[in-house]
Design a protein around this ligand. Structure first.
Ligand SMILES: Cc1ncc(COP(=O)(O)O)c(C=O)c1O
Length: 398
């Protein structure tokens, strides 16, 4: 049986970063683009209809955030995640990354420290460094006790406590679920994070943009805020962009129950003249959260099939490469260390010899050395071609 997600959607020449920046990023057009984190699937029909309806009103003036937008988000998080958000807690922002940066400005002083857990989404590093804060690294630990793939990552809670105890530490930036290693943090892990943050007076900046992308057969995502005590300093960023494949629309939300902390971030947003409000983002955001559920459920079944297909094929057919099944996200973390290549050689091998454009693991921090990130948000036939190309390139080397 074919799925709607098997139908390719041509993305060349649509100003797509993933497709149209190939020459700039990889030095050649002839790579299959399985890198930047958007999917090759058409967004939910409800989103497209909302955009078309908005476009049909031909005045694209300055736009407000309507109550219905907030309600769609509140209803989504209540029904999907058991998280009761109050309307007043929400600040809107163009993207999650600008909010990470703004939060560093709001909750720390120049030179102070922000803890992150690499390998992690590269803007976690840049959003801290670009405002002259100090990156404090608490690398994840890879436990190699799995019978399939390289193993499972966990947080180094002991070392996290040491990082948090530093006099300069102010913020802990949590990626939950974690890009690129695909972990859904357990309630125990999240409670431990909250306890450490409470003890050392840290603001936890919890980026939960991937919260909807978990699988039926795996652990459920827990919103950190649902475990927090009233006095805990939790700032949560969310967006419909990954869930409904519309990151180009550029609209996200920050949820901050505490009024003082909310005011501090709002002040930074105002100095940056944010949020710029785009009528199309508003329409897409609301339609995604209000009507995108059935589409997302189908998507997750398809992604699970992709995930299982890649796990099986990589571990059986690609000698020197291993992968474990992610618990969340459409991103897979290929362990290529056994190939014995430097990071530069690894990149060259995949781009030049295999013709596959993935994200080098090293861009996620030093612990990502020897890994590559594969985006499986595409039709299975594309993955089949990707795996075939890598298999052939490996064979040509041996
Ligand atoms: C953890 C994480 N945060 C944020 C983003 C991007 O957020 P935005 O496009 O809203 O800035 C991504 C995109 O891949 C991500 O993986």
């Amino acid at each position: 049986m074919t799925s709607p997600f098997d139908q390719p959607v041509a993305r060349d020449h649509t100003c797509s970063v993933k497709f149209d920046a190939r020459k700039a990023v990889f030095g050649r057009e002839e790579v299959i683009p399985v890198w930047v984190a958007d999917m090759d699937f058409a967004a939910p029909e409800a989103v497209t209809q909302a955009l078309v309806a908005r476009a049909q009103h031909p005045v694209y003036g300055y736009t407000l955030f309507p109550d219905s937008l907030f309600q769609s988000m509140i209803d989504w998080f209540q029904s999907r995640h058991g998280w009761a958000i109050e309307r007043d807690w929400i600040l809107m922002a163009p993207g999650v990354v600008p909010s990470l940066h703004a939060a560093c400005l709001a909750y720390s002083e120049p030179g102070q420290g922000v803890i992150i857990q690499p390998p992690v989404y590269p803007p976690f590093f840049s959003s801290i460094r670009q405002c002259d804060r100090t990156v404090i690294e608490n690398p994840l630990i890879l436990e190699s006790d799995s019978d399939q793939g390289p193993g499972r990552y966990r947080m180094d809670l002991e070392h996290l406590e040491q990082c948090a105890a530093r006099a300069d530490a102010r913020i802990l930036m949590l990626c939950s679920p974690h890009n690129p290693v695909g972990r859904v943090w357990t309630e125990d892990e999240l409670r431990a994070v909250l306890a450490i943050a409470r003890k050392h007076n840290l603001v936890v900046l919890s980026d939960e943009i991937h919260c909807d992308l978990t699988f039926e057969d795996g652990p459920r995502h827990t919103m950190l805020a649902t475990l927090a005590e009233p006095d805990d300093a939790v700032v949560t960023t969310v967006a419909p962009s990954k869930s409904f494949n519309m990151p180009g629309l550029g609209l996200s939300a920050v949820v901050i129950p505490d009024a003082e902390r909310r005011k501090a971030l709002k002040t930074v947003f105002q100095t940056m003249h944010m949020p710029q409000c785009n009528p199309f983002s508003v329409a897409g955001f609301e339609a995604g959260y209000r009507d995108g559920g059935p589409w997302l459920d189908e998507l997750l079944v398809y992604l699970r099939g992709n995930r299982d297909y890649v796990v099986e094929a990589v571990n059986r057919r690609l000698s020197g490469i291993q992968v474990s099944a992610p618990e969340a996200t459409y991103l897979m973390w290929l362990d290529c260390r056994a190939l014995g290549l430097t990071d530069a050689e690894l990149k060259r091998f995949f781009v030049q010899e295999a013709g596959v454009g993935m994200n080098p693991g090293i861009t996620f921090g030093e612990p990502g050395s020897g890994f590559m990130r594969l985006n499986i948000g595409c039709s299975r036939s594309v993955l089949s071609e990707v795996l075939g190309r890598i298999e052939n390139a490996l064979a040509a080397r041996s």
